[in-house]
Design a protein around this ligand. Structure first.
Ligand code: GAL
Length: 681
């Protein structure tokens, strides 16, 4: 990934970013002065403004009202708060849709969405593109030299709530995109396998978006449509970005991602990460009873990886509960600080929130904020102010990089392909595998980088592949090279099956990965709902615990790989279940059933031993230790998610920055607290 060094930072910001989305247009101007005072009190350094303000900035077509935004930016400036200024292109005004109803997107079922919420955009609409370029240009011309301007925030969360439009303009645009990708109708017929079910096209003009059809639509068509929709949004982002670069040089341009795998599925962030000047992310805890801090760590690691390992910025999270989940618990005392500092440990250059002041009206009035409905005599406000003060003590962390131990392969396009219909089992879920493997690595206290399947993996002693259904021949060669040169690879089932067109690789499964794994799979044998299979270590092999898998089994033919566990029952009884292939200087493991918790840990322990990664047994479960390092020093973040104090041994003594105390052989982290040790030397 080609990122300039050092990564661009918000202009003029000398501290970690701390603040939130600020929507003063919802409040009378007297309140703005109160806001500015409170921002100073809480140590706010930057706010995101104007994200949803198009209708106010351009009240009538071509008539602009910038007065309020001028006053606001001036007020922020005199109060030392920098502005992450939005281009408001996620919500065009009502008058725009009156003139251009075709710019409202159409669902798969042919129904056009209505105005009245947000993000109702057909990204192929010429009228929308022109209008978005127009307002962006106006803002850039007016504010490029404003002293409060720190960075540009284009649009808001591309991909949600509408990720693809199925209208006729999109159909025409899709045909142009197909021409660029495939060249001709014949090439599309080949790539999509239209010989199946008589779907052959004589010309590209006959092709439509994959709208609602009587039964399962062509999978390759759907996969290409997902790519097209993503690329179309990216065209609109880069169009705005280029205007800003031209008219406002030197000011970084971003758009807020949602890399958490549950929150935006339709955007290929590997591609987007290359287009923004600074990667920024929004993250909300999914409070469904699972360990939310593990999901948070995963999202932060994924965001850093999308940024090529460079620092990035958490642009939104919540001070307490959100309002869009079925049940929205308040955060527990200390949780907000743990969340914020966990993001920073994993590479964020600050912690920003949605939003500064809790709204009284509108769809998000029950969403927490930095200034809650309860006002400043509240736990949330006290914790916000305390966090602002703490971040002031961590300035040295800026510009340092998080140190990762291992890598996990992840590819959005493979995920899209695997999620299509009529797969061998609906119980296999790529994201679940990624979550489960990540949780096991987290519980081993390993920091994970995510990597694109074709990335250079040579820096990592261990690479895990939890679900890579779509893998090209090139990926197969990359993984083979990695192992031959000494890497340890762990691959989970249903990986390496199809190419970029969702066509099964010729020959036995797993086509792209047969060589590296030293085996073939004769047949998949998914289990019935709730079914399990038992695994035992065969005689003559190193003995290990009995394991239980579910969801999946494979009928494996070893072709060089040794069997470490075999099936004790099920269709493949007596045959290999978990294998290990020595290749060149390295080792490739294959796990052909779904393992979780201690069963997965048992296999990963063996792979970690191959990779010569020593277990970090001195850390308690749910005590997170993550290091950032750079020119200003090395910083060890210790985050205690448990209800008991933790004693963490230190290899090097240092100074704990939040308390100012010296830390010698160990650092005590009180229950629920965070400590950041600047290590000596
Ligand atoms: C984000 C969005 C914000 C706000 C927030 C609420 O996805 O960018 O505008 O809606 O969610 O959690």
């Amino acid at each position: 990934m080609s990122h300039p060094e050092p990564a661009p930072a918000p202009a003029g910001l000398r501290r970690l970013a701390f603040g939130g989305d600020y929507n003063p247009e919802q409040w009378p101007e007297e309140v703005w002065h109160e806001d500015a005072r409170l921002m100073r009190e809480a140590g706010v350094t930057m706010v995101s403004v104007g994200i949803f303000s198009w209708a106010l900035l351009e009240p009538d077509p071509g008539r602009y009202d910038f007065g309020w935004l001028d006053r606001l930016l001036d007020l922020l400036h005199v109060n030392g708060v920098r502005a992450d200024l939005g281009t408001p292109t996620v919500v065009p005004p009502a008058w725009f849709y009156r003139a251009h109803p075709e710019a409202l997107p159409v669902g798969k079922d042919g129904v056009r969405y209505a105005f009245g919420a947000r993000g109702a955009i057909c990204h192929s609409s010429t009228a929308y593109r022109e209008a978005a370029a127009g307002i962006t240009e106006q803002l850039a011309r007016r504010y490029a030299n404003h002293p409060a301007l720190a960075m540009w925030h284009v649009h808001n969360e591309y991909g949600v709530p509408v990720s693809a439009c199925y209208c006729d303009s999109c159909a025409a645009h899709f045909r142009r995109w197909l021409t660029a990708r495939h060249g001709s109708a014949d090439a599309v017929n080949e790539a999509w396998g239209t010989a199946f079910w008589g779907q052959r096209y004589r010309s590209l003009d006959e092709i439509e978006p994959p709208r609602t059809a009587p039964t399962v639509g062509n999978p390759a068509q759907q996969l290409d449509y997902a790519r097209f929709a993503d690329a179309t949004m990216r065209e609109n982002f880069t169009a705005e970005r280029d205007i800003l670069h031209r008219l406002s040089p030197g000011i970084p341009v971003t758009t807020n991602f949602m890399t958490a795998l549950s929150q935006c599925e339709s955007v290929d962030y590997w591609a987007w990460g290359r287009e923004v000047d600074l990667v920024t992310n929004d993250h909300y805890l999914i409070t469904d009873g699972r360990r939310t801090h593990v999901n948070l760590a995963m999202a932060a690691d994924l965001t850093r990886s999308v940024a090529g390992g460079a620092p990035w910025l958490l642009l939104e999270h919540s001070t307490s509960g959100v309002n869009w989940q079925p049940r929205n618990p308040a955060k527990r005392p200390g949780e907000m600080a743990r969340n914020s500092l966990a993001h920073i440990a994993r590479g964020s250059e600050g912690a920003m929130f949605f939003q500064w002041r809790q709204s009284r009206r509108g769809a998000e009035k029950f969403h927490s904020a930095m200034v809650p409905h309860a006002g400043t005599d509240s736990r949330v406000w006290r914790e916000v102010s305390a966090l602002g003060a703490d971040l002031g003590l961590l300035e040295g962390v800026r510009g340092t990089r998080t140190v990762a131990d291992v890598a996990m392969l992840w590819d959005w396009q493979s995920w899209w392909a695997q999620s299509l219909d009529w797969r061998p089992s609906e119980d296999h879920d790529a994201r679940e595998r990624a979550d489960t493997f990540y949780a096991s690595l987290y519980d081993h206290h390993l920091t994970v980088d995510f990597a694109h399947p074709d990335a250079d993996l040579s820096a990592y002693p261990l690479v895990v592949v939890p679900a890579l259904y779509l893998a090209t021949e090139e990926t197969g060669r990359n993984l083979r090279r990695y192992v031959e040169r000494g890497g340890t690879l762990v691959v989970s089932y249903f990986s390496g099956i199809v190419d970029a067109d969702d066509a099964v690789h010729p020959g036995p499964y797993p086509g792209a990965l047969r060589d590296v794994l030293g085996l073939t799979v004769e047949e998949f044998s998914p289990l019935l709902a709730g079914g399990t299979v038992r695994l035992t270590t065969p005689e003559g092999a190193p003995q290990g615990p009995g394991l239980t898998g579910d969801v999946w089994s494979d009928v494996i033919v070893p072709r060089g790989a040794e069997t470490c566990w075999s099936y004790a029952d099920g269709v493949p009884a007596g045959r290999p279940a978990i294998t290990r292939n020595r290749l060149g200087e390295g080792t490739a493991w294959y796990i052909s059933t779904r393992l979780s918790g201690p069963d997965l840990d048992a296999v990963l322990d063996r792979a970690l031993a191959d990779a010569r990664i020593a277990p970090r047994t001195s850390l308690a479960r749910d005590v997170e230790a993550v290091r950032r390092t750079g020119e200003s020093g090395s910083y060890l973040f210790l985050i205690n998610h448990t209800g008991t104090a933790a004693e963490v041994p230190l290899e090097t003594p240092g100074t704990e920055l939040l308390t100012g105390e010296r830390a010698g052989k160990e650092c005590t982290v009180p229950a629920g607290a965070v400590r950041v040790v600047r290590l000596d030397g």
